[in-house]
Ligand binder design. Sequence first.
Ligand SMILES: Cc1cc2nc3c(=O)[nH]c(=O)nc-3n(C[C@H](O)[C@H](O)[C@H](O)COP(=O)(O)O)c2cc1C
Length: 406
Amino acid sequence: MTPAGPRLAGRRVLLIVSGGIAAYKALELIRLLKREGAGVRCVLTAGGAEFVTPLSLQALSEEKVHTELFSLTDESEMGHIQLSRSADLVVVAPASADILARMAAGLAGDLATTLLLATDKPVLVAPAMNVRMWTHAATLANMATLKARGVAVVEPEEGAMACGEWGPGRLAEPPAILARIEAMLNHAARPLAGRPVLVTSGPTHEPIDPVRYIANRSSGRQGHAIAAALAELGARVTLVSGPVSIPDPPLVRVVHIETAEQMLAACRAALPVEAAVCVAAVADWRVEAPSAAKIKKTGGGETPSLVLAANPDILATLSADGPGRPRLVVGFAAETDDLIAHATEKRRRKGCDWLVANDVSAAGGAMGGEENEVHLITAEGSEDWPRMAKVAVAERLAARIAEALA
Ligand SMILES: Cc1cc2nc3c(=O)[nH]c(=O)nc-3n(C[C@H](O)[C@H](O)[C@H](O)COP(=O)(O)O)c2cc1C
């Protein structure tokens, strides 16, 4: 049901307009934001000012437009740090390749980038550029960096461009940007708003030598979906992910690791958190002494033997009593037989509060697939959840976590 009245009444947006043909669409975005009752304060980059005038932005936003970092009057009226924190959300639309690169590098050479570096508010970028610029390795790397830091992105659309080429890179339409702004601003009213939560996801890779490793079939889909669902409820999520081929979820800080030992270190660094959800399929063993050089196949046909050593138990470590223990620790148990009995015993042994057990036998098919059939084991007993999409499992579990932390 759509709430009556303007949906963004009382909310404030700091809109940074950077240089590109699509800057004219920022005018429409301001109009839509104002119609929904939001306050809009605009910052125009030097590049942006080549495409739209401060006067247009000012007329539509009904507020002074800021362009200069070293402006005495602006600093006396409102300092740049205060400006960076004066809004509930910072939006860069359109975001040029240049400003995205400067954000990724942490530069602060003009007003816009100084504000972006100084802000303590969520940031949303809406990139717009020529398809070659958008698909250039430099831009892709910059976007990956920004997403890993929790910057939200309204992906550009595919279509004909002002330069006559075709492809992805066109600024998302203002209504789509508005929808994303609304989702992000309403975030603050959600049950886990601002609560720190840790999620682990994916497999670990344990090196044998520089080119070989021990891995497993975990895709990261379930863990990533849980991180996204918790973020949707407003949680400040740190996702520690092993190597996966799926994209980082939006609104989540992602730490990429390879081995179990690196995963434990990243989890410890993320503490304190209120809840930890250990979904990663952490390798139980690593090669005790990985070879520094590639192990060669010998002419004699001898096969090398691998001596394994036990990996740290991340779930048990996070579950151990102590002043820093999360209030709620949730583990996942991938089992192929006697699911409930094994999972119930595992919950006690690891010391976690809840254990989500899933059937990863060939018939169960949870590992790597899109669906999952799980059982939630708590101190009170076990609940059987019907088979559903991993995203639905994630939403249901995130809702239960929000209830438990209420
Ligand atoms: C006609 C014209 C159109 C441009 N369009 C874009 C664009 O759509 N996206 C982009 O990233 N850069 C575009 N550029 C390049 C940027 O304007 C340039 O990188 C500028 O330095 C960006 O400044 P800013 O980051 O301060 O906004 C365009 C340049 C010109 C001359």
